[in-house]
Write a protein that binds this ligand. Structure first.
Ligand SMILES: Nc1ncnc2c1ncn2[C@@H]1O[C@H](COP(=O)(O)OP(=O)(O)O)[C@@H](O)[C@H]1O
Ligand SMILES: [Mg+2]
Length: 363
């Protein structure tokens, strides 16, 4: 087992002037499950491939434990990688697929068999060891790919969107299996996904990337409760956090007809006249049409989920300005389409961001 350190690691592809990954700085703990997440093209795969040794590092360094691996070939890094397309050898059995890397490394047959059988047991693949990949389901193939990594007993697992070829239901069950397997084996893991739900449910910590730049590294809880900037605020959470630009008022911010108190420091630090306030859908107090508090929201669509319902509506801001909002309400008390609600952010549940820089201003 080992720590993994990205030390200002930078990748600039030939012919490009802008780094695909720009001075990435993350210290991953021994045994940690770290998820790299962000929209397509943000540099997730490039980061992982730099760690694997499949991509040159043009600045900074990468370390596994105390070893500087920045310029080591992949085979000397003691890592195992699981890709999006598992690339199993079609003509080999499951057992041979799983044991292939050991065979190449010159491990003797009996030992290979023993390691493959152990991994197959962990992955529930024992009865499929003699089959060819084409006779397996997508989920089973995915587990063979995992098995291939496990038998090597590497210091670090690298996984690049390993669930993206599975259907939605299997993806959910497999993500639980991978997370619990990783915890059982205790092998440091760097996992890449574009899916923030996957990131939040699987990771000990989550690192959010945008345009090759690290935005925040934090536990899922902190990432949700204290997003560092507007990008993370909008990216983490589903439905997304509501982000509304509002005027600064005496003692708080003006949210429609109400002044919502926010931390004094958050608004005294800025010279702007407005800030952007973030409110998660579950953090509004909701009143009926007779109220004149907060913002008036016209209900466009209601998504009923049983216990809760999400109201998708349009709020009138000053002048001709309007803003779409999502508000969670009780499933037992669902407003009608076309009706009006008044919403006020619950005290202490707002996030204040600088509209100009996007940085978080509140604690
Ligand atoms: N081999 C390559 N040559 C040039 N540019 C590349 C190459 N691979 C990726 N890129 C570019 O680098 C950026 C990051 O890509 P990538 O790491 O694959 O993103 P992600 O995995 O987050 O979708 C993108 O702009 C992509 O177009
Ligand atoms: Mg990718």
């Amino acid at each position: 087992m080992a720590t993994v350190t990205f030390d200002k690691a930078t990748r600039i592809y030939p012919g490009s002037t802008k780094p695909a990954v720009d001075a990435l700085d993350i210290a991953i703990e021994d045994g940690e499950f770290l998820v790299l997440v962000g929209p397509s093209g943000c540099g997730k795969s490039t980061s992982l491939r730099m760690l694997a040794g499949l991509e040159d590092v043009n600045g900074g360094a990468i370390r596994i434990g105390d070893r500087d691996v920045t310029h080591l070939p992949p085979k000397d890094r003691d890592i195992a990688m699981v890709f999006q397309n598992y690339a199993l050898y079609p003509h080999m059995t499951v057992a041979d697929n799983m044991g292939f890397a050991l065979k190449i490394a010159g491990v003797n047959k009996a030992e290979i068999r023993q390691k493959v059988e152990e991994a197959a047991k962990i992955l529930d693949l024992t009865e499929y060891l003699d089959r060819k990949p084409k006779a397996l389901s997508g989920g089973q193939r995915q587990r063979v790919a995992m098995g291939r990594a496990i038998v090597r007993e590497p210091q670090v697992f690298l996984m690049d969107e390993p669930l993206s070829n599975l259907d939605a239901k299997l993806r959910v069950s497999t993500r639980t299996q991978i997370a619990s397997l990783q915890r059982r084996l205790g092998i440091t893991t760097v996992y890449v996904t574009h899916d923030q739900v996957e990131a939040m449910t699987m990771g000990d910590r989550v690192a959010v990337l945008k345009d090759g730049l690290l935005q925040q590294v934090d536990t899922p809880r902190n990432m949700y409760d204290r997003p560092a900037n507007l990008f993370v605020a909008g990216f983490i959470g589903s439905p997304a956090m509501n982000l509304v630009e509002v005027p600064i008022a005496d003692g708080g911010v003006k949210f429609g007809n109400s002044v919502v108190p926010v931390q004094r420091d958050a608004i005294s630090a800025t010279t702007d006249k407005t800030v952007t306030v973030g409110v998660r859908p579950e953090h509004f107090d909701v009143a009926g049409p007779e109220s004149d508090l907060g913002l008036a929201v016209t209900v466009n669509v209601v998504e009923e989920l049983g216990a809760d319902a999400y109201v998708y509506g349009t709020a009138k801001l000053g002048g001709d300005d309007s803003k779409d909002l999502v508000v969670r309400v009780s499933g037992r008390d669902v407003p009608e389409k076309g009706s009006t609600l008044h919403v006020v952010p619950r005290a202490g549940e707002t996030h204040v961001f600088s509209t100009s820089t996007g940085e978080r201003l509140s604690d």
